[in-house]
Design a protein around this ligand. Structure first.
Ligand code: GDP
Ligand code: MG
Length: 360
């Protein structure tokens, strides 16, 4: 919007004003106050920096916001049971039991609980692409389930997850795993968590905790209920219609189909025929599959989708969005290329600075 101030744009984008200012300074601008008006060019660059596309003001105002399902990531220390838990959850997901269900293998799936609702799980622990996504200020997840093995307790990577969740302002739910083992002592874990500033409900705090055995599938229903309860309190909303946004989970090259991208749609609806952009790659959606692996005409928010139609293979962790036409897509991907170039320069000059510091 012409004449938008830094503050207004940051608020529209859902980023902190200080981050917007920092980015502007990085781009070589000299903002004086947060009420400074931005030119369209600079505003667009700032939006691209955060991996979003510029929304038309009238579109964003008329978009109706509907409740949407939570997008959840499972994190925790190595060997605490993340894979086992994901495998169990996946076995109860919609794709389970469907012979040849393509989406079964992808790193995201949906779990539907009758009457309670849907949960979209993404399986990306420690994925480099996603940490760079987080650095850009984009959120891949609404809720983090922090798995802690009962017999092992809070470990270095457990603390990393707590710190990360805090920095990203993503709420956590504790899953005390391996409760089938003799000597499992959740209380011990609660005390350890308290030392790291996490107070669980049994200790009077507001962080939910659930005792589970991922191996035996015990307590998983309670975990899902905890997720859905938290999601309800978070009042997660997104427009159900309008141009889709989301991010790429992973992509592969199919001999017959060409690039196939697995993604999570976060808002709007992705439709067959849409022109999609993801970083430096774009294409027109030819085939769209839902979480069940079924060919569909569209998918809505908080959904897993598989997209056939990209001209080149998009990278994991890249934000995806729909544009009006091919030429728009081309100009976005070009801009992305030049932006990447300037980011690289910034990074290398940062490194030089750093080396300078080390030498002092
Ligand atoms: P990850 O590194 O966090 O992905 O951990 P894994 O899921 O690979 O689990 C590490 C080990 O712990 C494996 O040998 C699992 O079989 C075992 N494990 C996972 N969950 C449970 C559980 O609930 N109970 C028991 N007894 N073992 C478990
Ligand atoms: Mg694992």
């Amino acid at each position: 919007k012409p004449g938008m101030t830094i503050k207004e744009l940051a608020e529209t984008m859902g980023i902190r004003v200080v981050d917007a200012l920092k980015s502007l300074i990085k781009m070589g601008e000299e903002p004086k106050t947060i009420q400074d008006e931005l030119t369209i060019d600079i505003a667009e660059l700032l939006v691209l920096e955060y991996g979003m596309h510029v929304k038309l003001p009238e579109g964003s105002e008329s978009m109706k916001l509907d409740l949407r399902a939570p997008v959840v990531t499972i994190m925790g220390h190595v060997d605490h049971g993340k894979t086992t838990l994901l495998d169990y959850l996946r076995s109860t997901s919609v794709a389970a039991g469907e012979v040849g269900g393509i989406t079964q293998s992808i790193a995201a799936f949906e779990v539907h609980r009758p009457k309670l609702g849907k949960i979209c799980f993404i399986d990306t622990p420690g994925h480099q692409a996603f940490s760079s996504m987080r650095e850009r200020g984009a959120k891949a997840t609404d809720i983090i389930v922090l798995v802690i093995a009962a017999e092992d307790g809070v470990m270095p990577q457990t603390i990393e997850v707590i710190d990360h969740a805090r920095a990203a302002q993503v709420p956590i739910i504790i899953a005390v795993n391996k409760c089938d083992l003799p000597g499992a002592d959740p209380n011990m874990i609660y005390s350890q968590l308290m030392e790291h500033g996490v107070t669980v409900e049994p200790f009077g705090g507001d962080v939910q905790t659930v005792n589970i055995s991922a191996l035996r599938g015990q307590g998983i229903d309670k975990l899902e209920e905890a997720i859905l309860l938290l999601a309800e309190m978070m009042d997660l909303r997104a427009p159900r219609d309008g141009p889709a946004e989301g991010f790429i989970i992973e992509s592969r090259k199919d001999k017959a189909l060409g690039p196939v991208a697995s993604c999570v749609i976060t808002l709007g609806a992705l439709r067959v025929g849409d022109v999609v952009v993801a970083g430096a790659d774009w294409g027109r959606v030819k085939v769209l599959r839902d979480a069940k692996g079924e060919s569909v005409k569209f998918v809505g928010p908080s959904s897993v989708a598989e997209v056939v139609g990209f001209r080149s293979q998009p990278s994991a962790g890249q934000e995806l969005f729909v544009v009006e036409n091919d030429s728009k897509a081309e100009s976005y991907t070009e801009k992305f290329g030049s932006r990447k170039g300037s980011m690289k320069r910034i990074q290398s000059s940062k490194q030089e600075e750093h080396q300078g510091e080390l030498m002092e």
